[in-house]
Design a protein around this ligand. Sequence first.
Ligand SMILES: Nc1ncnc2c1ncn2[C@@H]1O[C@H](COP(=O)(O)OP(=O)(O)OP(=O)(O)O)[C@@H](O)[C@H]1O
Ligand SMILES: [Mg+2]
Length: 336
Amino acid sequence: MNSTHVRAHRQADGVPTLTLDGLTIQLKTRRGTANVVDRVDLEVWPGEIVGLIGESGSGKSLTAFSIFDLLPKAARVVGGDIRLGARSLVGLSAPGMRAIRGDRIALIPQDPLSSLNPVLRVGRQVGEPLVLHRGSRWRQALARAVSLLASVHLPQPAERAGEYPHQFSGGMRQRAMSAMSIALEPELLVADEPTTALDVTIQAQFLHLLREIRDEHRTSILLITHDLGVVAELCDWVYVMYAGRILEQGPVERIFAQPAHPYTQDLLQATPTVETQRSELTAIPGSVPSPYDTPEGCRFAPRCSRRFDRCDEEPPFFAAAAEHLTRCWLEEDAHG
Ligand SMILES: Nc1ncnc2c1ncn2[C@@H]1O[C@H](COP(=O)(O)OP(=O)(O)OP(=O)(O)O)[C@@H](O)[C@H]1O
Ligand SMILES: [Mg+2]
């Protein structure tokens, strides 16, 4: 586990790199209208790796896409704010957003093949942001692309830069995507399930790479994953999302040692061991409610083994410890 309590120094850092302030995302489909991400508060501080975890369908990817103004047509931000430093990104013009996207903020997607252009040589794609955003000449950009590919430990970077994405393995593509994402040294990297397509060894190497990027450039990283092992190993801070709401948050060591919310406790129980680490979080009985039919009180109550009358009303956050918050009535009782 990472033991640097970055947030302890936050006053000195001024503002978080990323702030989600009451972020609410509405989904409108034939099935109805629903807030699939509901009043989410989340911060990523400079140099922090923050994990966002939760079962499938909880709203993690929509949260990530909203930061880049890349929400699918059916979804839109209807409340709250997204800030990069002190600057609000909500309602920014399309050209304003394009200038920031890929430059100050970058997304490492789940499937790097679909994000790489199949007909362009890898080196050209990695160097392109430097030409587009920094006015570099192609010659310099291509040379820089090779050194970026070397920095993400791609073997034979100079030769590989001249190849096409289909000539790369999954792990190599992920490295190429990473090189492209860090070309402009963004303040914030958002990685949405960046390792699901990779085998276990390559996964570990990639995660190590993320940490190197953070250590070297003090990049802030928001890491979305199903894999609690990854969170334990890599993250400083964790947010647990369920049915569009954050149910628990705090320093990683604390959350893993003493999870306070029954949902987090169940997630940790369901966490596969090292031997079976590829399996997903499916061991909690029942399933995430449909966004069109979320429970009125605590969203986890219908599946919660410790449910009681109070849970018909949605709990606020209670402090289980300094900086450790849980949205559960049990914590109110714990403190009398
Ligand atoms: N384009 C879309 N059209 C309709 N519904 C969508 C769309 N994108 C997401 N949803 C719905 O919004 C909810 C949140 O989806 P989201 O992709 O953010 O979940 P997630 O937490 O990233 O899940 P996973 O872990 O499976 O990636 C889900 O109920 C999903 O079905
Ligand atoms: Mg997702």
